[in-house]
Design a protein around this ligand. Structure first.
Ligand SMILES: NC(=O)c1ccc[n+]([C@@H]2O[C@H](COP(=O)([O-])OP(=O)(O)OC[C@H]3O[C@@H](n4cnc5c(N)ncnc54)[C@H](O)[C@@H]3O)[C@@H](O)[C@H]2O)c1
Length: 330
């Protein structure tokens, strides 16, 4: 008998890397992917599993309680991995309402239906969250699982709220939950709007490559495949009620990333005029409330669950650029 798990938001960037990864490792599972297919979800991302009998797609919204109840009953769901979210900070500044609806109300609806459907059975609910819930760092220090929450954008506030709802369902109802908070992911299939795909696309189309503010903001980069192995481990081995930070120990200043991508493109796909892509870099007005630095301490998941990132930024960005060169426009 295969075990059925519900993955939400599986047609987005991380979910669509996770599903093929998980199915290839675990032939004893079936995945039901519930995705609303917002602008960020792309069914093409999952072409490789479309005909796999272990995979079922359902088009729908995590805020739709009646649909969720039907899915839990008809598919005998025995675990949840919850990716679905509005995920782009810039969009949360121009339109925060959808972030509260999906990230807060959606997470509440999902975990509440799981609680009622599972009737006390210890099935796992794995919530995917972000390091942005911790706010911003100064020049030193790292986010640990014990760092107090201090979200600064409507996006991070909505994710922090969803983390607390999941936490409360463990403490109040004894649900078997685990939360992972990861740093910035990069890799194949990421939506065009995010930093790394934007740099690659604008470079290749000859447009200006926009860099916020002075370009000195620091993010800690995690190759998406490494994130998938971390989720798999935490889903199976994480201790109920615990949170685990997942980060690749790859702190990078934004402008250095832009320059590194430009110089890899100079080698892999030189401009027709042979000038460097870095000539296209253009500094633009900073994002309001832009957090200065994020950096994750991943010691807990490394020591307790034996996870380790296998890519550093240089190896990961080469793979990523190669993927975009081979797949852009398809
Ligand atoms: N990408 C990152 O760097 C990053 C970093 C930290 C945490 N996260 C978290 O990881 C998760 C996945 O991120 P991502 O980058 O893959 O996001 P994404 O924006 O690429 O994908 C989100 C997916 O959720 C779906 N979705 C949105 N609203 C929905 C709703 N109401 N019902 C059902 N489906 C809905 C979308 O259609 C899309 O397929 C999110 O929870 C995000 O907060 C992402």
């Amino acid at each position: 008998m295969k075990k059925n798990i519900l993955v939400t938001g599986g047609s987005g960037f991380i979910g669509s890397n996770f599903i093929p990864h998980f199915l290839s490792k675990h032939p004893d599972y079936r995945i039901i992917n519930l995705d609303k297919l917002t602008y960020a979800g792309n069914p093409k991302n999952l072409k490789e599993v479309e005909t796999n009998p272990q995979y079922t797609f359902i088009h729908g919204d995590i805020c739709d309680r009646i649909l969720l109840e039907k899915i839990f009953m008809e598919h005998d769901i025995q675990g949840v991995i919850h990716f679905a979210a509005e995920s782009h900070v810039d969009n949360s500044i121009t339109g925060p309402g959808e972030f509260i609806r999906t990230n807060v109300t959606g997470t509440f609806t999902l975990i509440d239906v799981a609680r009622i459907s599972w009737k006390g059975k210890p099935h796992r609910f794995h919530h995917i969250s972000t390091d942005e819930v911790y706010g911003t760092l100064g020049e030193s220090g790292l986010f640990k699982e014990t760092t107090p929450y201090a979200p600064n954008s409507p996006y991070s506030a909505s994710k922090a709220s969803s983390d607390l709802i999941v936490r409360a369902y463990h403490h109040t109802y004894g649900m078997n939950v685990v939360t992972t908070n990861c740093s910035n992911n990069y890799g194949p299939k990421q939506h065009d709007e995010k930093l790394i795909p934007t740099i690659i696309r604008k470079a290749l189309t000859g447009e200006k490559i926009p860099v916020y503010g002075d370009g000195k903001n620091i993010r800690d980069w995690l190759y998406v495949e490494d994130h998938c192995t971390g989720i798999d481990l935490a889903f199976h081995k994480g201790v109920s009620g615990e949170t685990y930070n997942i980060g690749g120990r790859n702190e990078k200043v934004n402008i250095d990333i832009v320059k590194e991508i430009c110089s890899i493109l100079d080698e892999k796909k030189p401009r027709s005029d042979k000038k460097p892509y870095s000539e296209q870099i253009s500094f633009v007005t900073d994002r309001p409330g832009h957090d200065r630095r994020y950096a994750i301490d991943a010691t807990k998941i490394e020591n307790e669950l034996g996870w380790k990132a296998s890519e550093n930024f240089t190896t990961g960005i080469h793979k990523t650029i190669q993927w975009y060169l081979e797949n852009t426009g398809k």
